[in-house]
Design a protein around this ligand. Structure first.
Ligand SMILES: Cc1ncc(COP(=O)(O)O)c(C=O)c1O
Length: 362
């Protein structure tokens, strides 16, 4: 069973088709084409020279965007690389608390360093109104937060997160999806980093620009921690394509904000449309989400039923991939996660689901 969505090559091989024939709603990426300036930047990237090991230009652009000092920033080879270093610090602090169901990569990072962890089960029912208060996750030394949460799509309020900085020795907050959420930035913990040496915020360009193949994320934390991480890692983790692309999309703060606004409008409109359509399908219950993905639960007369036959039929008969949730602790075969597409793609998903559900009921 896959512990991550978006495995296009392997799935296409299994189904005997080309990756481009698949509609991938198992990963949650913005479906827009990259800005032209970014595509040009890729063509012009300097492939001959070693990249700048300090990523000075990129750090300066990110610092301007978030209105913080460049010393508080460290770009990484995707957020995933930075989780590995955050996990090294976490494993030295003590017990890590992981709200579940949650993103599997934090556990992968902790296992690299023999880190000890405890899972906290989040309630599987929540309100439609966002932001919400993160439930009390109990005692421990390190708290891993995902805001908005993956896979539930819940947006946590900054007001509920800030007091946790007094309770835990280290707080690691993954904001990979936050720029996609309408009004999400108001809940970011980035403005708290300068005052809190025990806070790490991790961001990613993967979802926002639909560039999972490029690998670019960044950590926001105080300088001694980031200098330690920089000394541990490979010498050139940010390749020339990643820095050229990131610099192109970030060099004009106004263009970045316009892009975010467009993405957030899409997220709100498609989320509303999809929830409405999904709720009309028999035996499907969509859960409220602030993010660009949502969970659905199979339910008949108040009892759960397996959505695996539906997921498999969508894959084999319609070339549509939804996220199998059996790898998330606490979720099982009656849960699927669906990443929003363009309206055309979303219509294709709903049409295929309607057809397969009526076939299964016959
Ligand atoms: C919550 C969350 N954080 C981070 C990532 C990884 O981001 P990146 O592609 O920058 O490694 C993912 C990818 O699925 C994710 O779901």
């Amino acid at each position: 069973m896959e512990a991550h969505g978006g495995n296009l090559e392997a799935t296409a091989r299994r189904l005997g088709c080309r990756p481009s024939e698949l509609l991938d709603a198992s990963a949650s990426l913005v479906p827009f084409r990259l800005p032209l300036s970014a595509r040009w930047a890729l063509l012009r990237a300097d492939l001959r020279s070693y990249p700048d090991r300090r990523s000075q230009r990129l750090r300066t652009l990110l610092a301007r965007l978030h209105q913080i000092e460049p010393d508080l920033l460290l770009p990484g080879n995707g957020a995933a690389e930075l989780f590995t270093w955050a996990a090294r610090d976490a494993s030295q602090c003590g017990l890590s608390v992981l709200p579940q169901p949650g993103f599997a990569d934090y556990g992968r990072g902790l296992r690299c360093w023999d880190g000890v962890m405890r899972c906290f089960s989040l309630p599987l029912q929540w309100d439609v109104a966002f932001p919400q208060a993160l439930p009390d996750c109990g005692s421990g030394d390190v708290l891993w937060i995902t805001n908005p949460h993956n896979p539930t799509g819940q947006l946590w309020s900054r007001a509920s997160l800030e007091p946790l900085l007094e309770r835990y020795r280290l707080v690691i907050c993954d904001e990979a999806f936050l720029p996609l959420v309408p009004n999400g930035e108001a809940q970011s913990l980035i403005p708290l980093v300068a005052q809190h040496p025990n806070l790490v915020v991790i961001r990613s360009l993967t979802k926002l620009y639909g560039i999972a193949g490029v690998r670019l994320g960044y950590a926001v934390a105080q300088q001694p921690r980031l200098e330690r991480w920089a000394a541990w890692r490979d010498p050139w983790p940010i390749n020339a394509f990643a820095s050229a692309l990131a610099e192109a999309v970030l060099h004009d703060p106004r263009a970045y904000r316009l892009w975010c606004r467009r993405v957030q409008r899409w997220c709100a409109e498609e989320g509303q449309w999809l929830s409405h359509q999904l709720a009309r399908l028999p035996g499907i219950q969509p859960l409220p989400s602030a993010a660009n993905y949502l969970l659905i639960r199979g339910e008949h007369d108040g009892k759960p039923w397996s959505l695996q036959p539906l997921r498999e039929a969508l894959e084999t008969r319609h070339r549509i991939l939804l996220r199998d949730c059996r790898s998330f602790p606490g979720l099982g075969e009656s849960w699927l996660r669906l990443g929003y597409q363009s309206r055309r793609g979303n219509r294709r998903i709903i049409r295929a689901m309607r057809m397969e559900l009526s076939r299964q009921r016959r």
